[in-house]
Design a protein around this ligand. Structure first.
Ligand code: ZN
Length: 293
């Protein structure tokens, strides 16, 4: 039912209006976490009908020249946060479809069985851990039996071997060592989280440059400054929007999140910005409906 409605929105041209107004001359950077490869393949096939999936070197030129005009119209670049071990299943799709992508990894978990803390906590507790002083959050996690340096049963992160064997169009960049909330940690640890991450990439991943994605999209001027100081070329947030390189700060680039389990039509509506409008509309209608009851 929902898919029919999404297809209808695409067919009658509302999608196209959003695409033209918001995306023609701006860069859209999408972010995923760990989508299933067959579904992701369907997303790519549909994106290709409406967008130009750009190469990393073009993205780099646009960042360095602070100019969107070096990019084709309707440009999209694909990113993945965290470097989940399941991302290895996507390598084949990215290679076959000849789509460049960036995976933001946490080197503190690579080649270990350490777990991402945010996979062990949920709901309100997880939200509480994200805010405030990180040391207190870690203390809470520790009291609940979670240790970010302990090995668990399964691999959470891609291994270095997998990273090294990835196709050339799959690129790797930084997401901090252990994925703490960078705005809540002290300066010394902040510097270590970012510097060690950069050094790991530099020593292990042969690339011209590295980008950074702030864990959970959280950053402030101090975090931004340290990311820049340590050699990263640009940084991505999770702030919603489309990029105009002539105006936007390259250390707080906006991105659009795509649900890992979205149908390809839903992914398309998310990518063009229409989804967020629909979501706000539905919330408003729901509030209106409950206030009349
Ligand atoms: Zn993350």
């Amino acid at each position: 039912m929902k898919t029919i409605f999404f297809k209808f929105l695409i067919k009658i041209g509302i999608f196209n209006i959003f695409r033209r107004v918001l995306q023609k001359d701006r860069l859209t950077v999408l972010f995923y976490h760990s989508p299933k490869s067959c579904l992701f393949n369907e997303h790519i096939k549909l994106f290709k009908r409406y967008y130009n999936l750009i190469q990393r070197e073009d993205l780099l030129s646009a960042i360095r020249e602070k100019d969107n005009s070096v990019l084709p119209p309707y440009s999209i670049y694909i990113t993945f946060d965290d470097g989940h071990v399941s991302n290895k299943e996507l390598f084949k799709v990215l290679k076959n479809e000849e789509v460049d992508a960036e995976i933001f990894v946490c080197p503190g978990l690579i080649d270990t069985k350490r777990a991402f803390w945010f996979k062990k906590f949920h709901g309100k507790e997880k939200n509480m851990l994200k805010s405030g002083i990180w040391k207190n959050s870690e203390y809470h996690m520790f009291s609940k039996g979670f240790d970010y340096k302990k090995d668990y049963d399964q691999l959470s992160s891609l291994t270095l071997k997998q990273i090294k064997e990835a196709p050339l169009n799959v690129n790797f960049s930084g997401h901090s060592m252990f994925h703490p909330m960078l705005t809540g940690i002290d300066k010394e640890r902040l510097n270590k989280e970012i510097k060690d991450c950069y050094d790991y990439l530099k020593n292990n991943v042969n690339q011209e440059s590295y980008f950074f994605a702030y864990p959970d999209g959280r950053f402030d001027s101090k975090v931004r400054r340290i990311v820049k100081k340590n050699g990263f070329e640009a940084a991505f947030s999770t702030k919603y929007g489309f990029i105009d390189m002539t105006k936007d700060d390259v250390f707080s680039l906006k991105r659009i999140g795509i649900y890992d389990d979205a149908s390809s039509e839903k992914a398309l509506l998310q990518a063009c910005g229409l989804w967020s409008v629909l979501e706000s509309l539905f919330k408003w209608l729901k509030r209106l409906f409950t206030s009349f009851r």
